[in-house]
Design a binder for this molecule. Structure first.
Ligand SMILES: Cc1cc2nc3c(=O)[nH]c(=O)nc-3n(C[C@H](O)[C@H](O)[C@H](O)COP(=O)(O)OP(=O)(O)OC[C@H]3O[C@@H](n4cnc5c(N)ncnc54)[C@H](O)[C@@H]3O)c2cc1C
Length: 369
């Protein structure tokens, strides 16, 4: 059987960032298995493309650490590689007295975990910078921005490939067997390879990859829940907003509330919302229009319901079930669970795009090459 040093399962933004990072350290001897015919066809191209500041993650969690570092690395990378981005900033806005009180505590908590560039805003401050937005008070985050996620993935793929990484597109990993020399991997095309190190970056299917390898997914709490996020575009609103505009988030933390995001052309989208579902599908139900309108109308008073059009959607690979508390990213070398040199990345939901380069570095540190 052919052998390879490292196999990466999944060519989303995370698998690509890991491939690029590792290919800088060893020349060649890395293969990336991807079930689709190209990279970045799943969650990595179905998101808000926001470079997050890291405001809501618990101190010392991987989400917090990798988001803070990833934010900095991503801007530097975009600048040096000429990937399109806009450091437009975001505002979090309150629209009632209860939320207005929460603004101060969100600001204090975020500042205490090391989030940079946060400023409290009064109603007048907000009117000056976003005249179309209604708010009682708010927070400005200067390190938040948007990027061209496809442009980012294209460069990561190109650089990894130039460093000798092999991409096996159209190859779904269907079997993984632990042997004394590593892991025997088999794909849907009948390809077989023996890999010294395996990195599971399979996004929505990462718990499935762990299961077929032999991990007790339930005992380890690696089972994923699917949480769908739908978007509605707003016609006729291009150029009306200059920052991303977020409400005060849901107290359970499933998502960040129906917010207004911008793309690099200034078009405005609402979403994503957060709905737990039992299978993966991407249709957006027009029946949600009223709920999106009501949520956003509170801070975007100019909105008319007929401006909202169903747009795209994405699926969050969540470790946190509907009634659970915060769950961190699982990014772990699995010797202690009986699978040495096997790295699981499970539950890489937001801020996975922001954190991708930091995740690449983190995984590089987990394995001795
Ligand atoms: C609605 C939504 C909005 C978001 N907004 C943001 C945001 O604004 N900012 C931010 O930082 N993050 C955001 N995120 C999170 C971010 O998109 C993800 O964290 C990131 O894209 C995860 O990348 P990934 O490579 O882990 O997963 P994916 O992009 O899902 O890639 C995994 C890859 O593995 C492949 N694969 C799976 N199984 C197999 C197999 N058996 N064999 C071979 N290949 C396989 C898949 O085909 C896929 O290409 C958002 C997510 C959602 C859902």
């Amino acid at each position: 059987m052919e052998t390879v040093k490292i196999s990466i399962i999944g060519a989303g933004v995370v698998g690509l960032a890991i491939a690029r990072e590792l290919s800088d350290k060893i020349n060649g001897d890395i293969v990336v298995f991807e079930k689709n015919e190209s990279f970045g066809q799943e969650t990595s191209s179905r998101n808000s493309e926001v470079v997050h500041a890291g405001i809501y993650y618990p101190k010392d969690s991987l989400k917090s650490k990798l988001c803070l570092l990833g934010n900095k690395l991503l801007y530097e990378f975009c600048k040096s590689k000429v990937i399109k981005y806009k450091n437009c900033g975001k505002i979090i806005v309150s629209t009632n007295e209860e939320e207005a009180l929460q603004i101060k505590s969100i600001h204090e908590k975020a500042a205490s975990i090391g989030v940079l560039g946060l400023t409290l805003l009064t109603k007048d401050d907000i009117l000056k910078i976003e005249p179309q937005v209604y708010a009682l008070n708010g927070i400005f985050s200067s390190t938040t921005g948007i990027i061209d996620s496809h442009g980012l993935m294209k460069i990561l793929h190109e650089e990894a490939q130039n460093n000798g990484v092999m991409f096996a597109f159209g190859n779904e990993v269907v079997k993984i067997v632990k042997t004394s020399k590593g892991y025997a991997i088999e794909t849907s095309k009948g390809e077989k390879i023996l890999s010294e190190i395996v990195i599971n970056a399979a996004g929505l299917y990462s718990d499935k990859i762990a299961r077929i390898t032999g991990f007790d997914v339930d005992a380890l709490h690696y089972r994923l829940h699917f949480c769908k996020g739908d978007y509605f575009s707003i016609s006729g609103a291009t150029g009306m907003l200059h920052h991303l505009v977020y409400p005060v988030p849901h107290e359970k933390g499933y998502g960040l509330g129906v917010h207004a995001t911008l793309d690099l052309e200034g078009c405005v989208r609402l979403g994503p919302d957060a709905t737990y579902v039992d299978h993966i599908y991407y249709d957006v139900d027009d029946g949600k229009r009223e709920a999106f309108y009501s949520a956003a109308k509170t801070y975007l008073p100019f909105l008319k319901e007929e401006q909202l059009m169903p747009d795209t959607s994405g699926m969050r690979p969540k470790l946190q079930g509907l009634n659970d508390g915060f769950r961190d990213f699982v990014i772990k070398e699995e010797s202690d669970n009986g699978f040495p040199r096997f790295i699981n990345l499970i539950g890489i939901e937001s801020p996975g795009l922001t954190a991708c380069l930091a995740i690449g570095e983190y995984v590089g540190d987990l394995i001795s090459l």
